[in-house]
Design a protein around this ligand. Structure first.
Ligand SMILES: CC[C@H](C(=O)O)C(=O)SCCNC(=O)CCNC(=O)[C@H](O)C(C)(C)COP(=O)(O)OP(=O)(O)OC[C@H]1O[C@@H](n2cnc3c(N)ncnc32)[C@H](O)[C@@H]1OP(=O)(O)O
Ligand SMILES: [Co+2]
Length: 137
């Protein structure tokens, strides 16, 4: 069911400083900040060639990563994102298998303009998993 690892997300307290580290210290290809008010984050994608790193900073009062940063003030790994060919089919199989989909269970459009869902971290060994619908061919 899951395909490629699309990105590994890191919640950071200072997006500009984190982006500069990846660009200037790690010599990586760092994209421009993307404000995602509907998701309560500003994201920067670092392209590593084989996958991406998503640097995330809270945006707005109700950011879903605010609590995470209170628990981890210097930041930390937040989630991993896998690509799936058919998000609806994957969601149905996961729910059938007892996994919980976060929110109201309906896909939302993510940073890549594609539908995404999140699975409860407690169901996957303490790891928040995001599923992103593969770009239709
Ligand atoms: C979609 C746009 C973009 C993209 O790539 O396209 C993004 O990725 S946006 C990313 C930001 N959005 C989300 O993360 C949406 C899904 N996340 C959530 O709904 C929440 O973060 C949630 C429910 C996972 C946690 O919310 P919160 O921390 O407020 O709740 P709790 O404190 O009650 O946490 C419950 C329990 O889960 C543990 N937890 C929380 N976050 C994580 C995490 N990132 N990884 C692993 N575990 C996590 C937390 O410690 C609690 O555990 P407990 O043992 O009960 O303390
Ligand atoms: Co993500």
């Amino acid at each position: 069911m899951i395909g490629r690892l699309n990105h590994i997300a890191i919640a950071v307290p200072d997006l500009a400083a984190a982006s500069a580290k990846y660009r200037d210290l790690l010599g990586a290809k760092v994209g421009a900040p993307q404000a995602l008010p509907g998701h309560g984050v500003t994201a920067v994608f670092v392209d590593t060639g084989n996958t991406k790193v998503e640097l995330l900073e809270p945006l707005g009062e109700l950011s879903p990563i605010a609590a995470f940063l209170i628990k981890n003030p210097s930041g930390g790994m937040h989630h991993i994102c896998f690509e799936v060919a058919d998000l609806a089919e994957a969601a149905a199989k996961l729910v059938e298998g007892g996994a919980r989909i976060l929110g109201d269970g309906t896909p939302r459009i993510g940073a890549h303009g594609l539908p995404v869902l999140f699975l409860h971290p407690k169901d996957f060994d303490g790891t928040l998993i995001e599923l992103e619908q593969l770009q239709s061919p």
